[in-house]
Design a protein around this ligand. Sequence first.
Ligand SMILES: Nc1nc2c(ncn2[C@@H]2O[C@H](COP(=O)(O)OP(=O)(O)OP(=O)(O)O)[C@@H](O)[C@H]2O)c(=O)[nH]1
Length: 229
Amino acid sequence: MHLHHTDPVISDIIPPAASRSDGRPRPLRIGLGGPVGSGKTATVAALCRRLRDTLSIAVVTNDIYTREDAEALLRQAVLPPERITAVETGACPHTAIRDDISANLEAVEDLQERIGSLDLILIESGGDNLTATFSKGLVDHQIFLIDVAGGDDIPRKGGPGVTTADLLVINKTDLAPHVGADLDAMERDAESARGSLPVVLTSVRADHGIDPIADWVCRRLAEQATARA
Ligand SMILES: Nc1nc2c(ncn2[C@@H]2O[C@H](COP(=O)(O)OP(=O)(O)OP(=O)(O)O)[C@@H](O)[C@H]2O)c(=O)[nH]1
């Protein structure tokens, strides 16, 4: 299923955080994973810009040895600094999001205590390979990002990120002509690997394709609100 941005923006129907009463349930947690350099930080930044006026958002970044992704988000001022936390994962980024999630859970709890009223926490994994997935104990939903420059055969190769993530993003479509990638084949292969799970093609740097991702996030929030009603 290809996501198109034709429906009303669901964020329009979610009341802003400030107008909701407190005693609120825990914020929705969405993980963003995918290979090194596929555009996870750029997507987190774009989502924050798109949704920060509607939702109360915080971000946890996972880097292997540094705090670079958090610093990039801070430099771009996508959110106030107290809403961005970095976890240094050491050698194995997938361990910190799948096997021993304690450092990430602690970061999430710290943010909840510090900010108080959060709707959404975006958790960006360190760049890894096609097998990295998030523990369901850490996130409610996961987005997997691959990029066109990584090779147009990646959707065909599969792997749990490509086949089972709740949303697959194929980023850097602007590079397709330069790297000889066949976007139609990528989309077709992704859709056949994923059944009814959605796929969206983006060029995040050109701000193209962010609206369908933002709408998808807002739908998950709306579902969460309905489930609790
Ligand atoms: N051409 C192009 N470049 C992009 C796009 N999205 C991101 N980039 C660039 O790709 C590089 C990597 O992007 P990031 O957002 O840092 O990727 P990442 O997945 O967070 O990287 P790691 O955290 O190192 O795994 C940066 O130089 C971005 O500017 C895009 O849509 N098109």
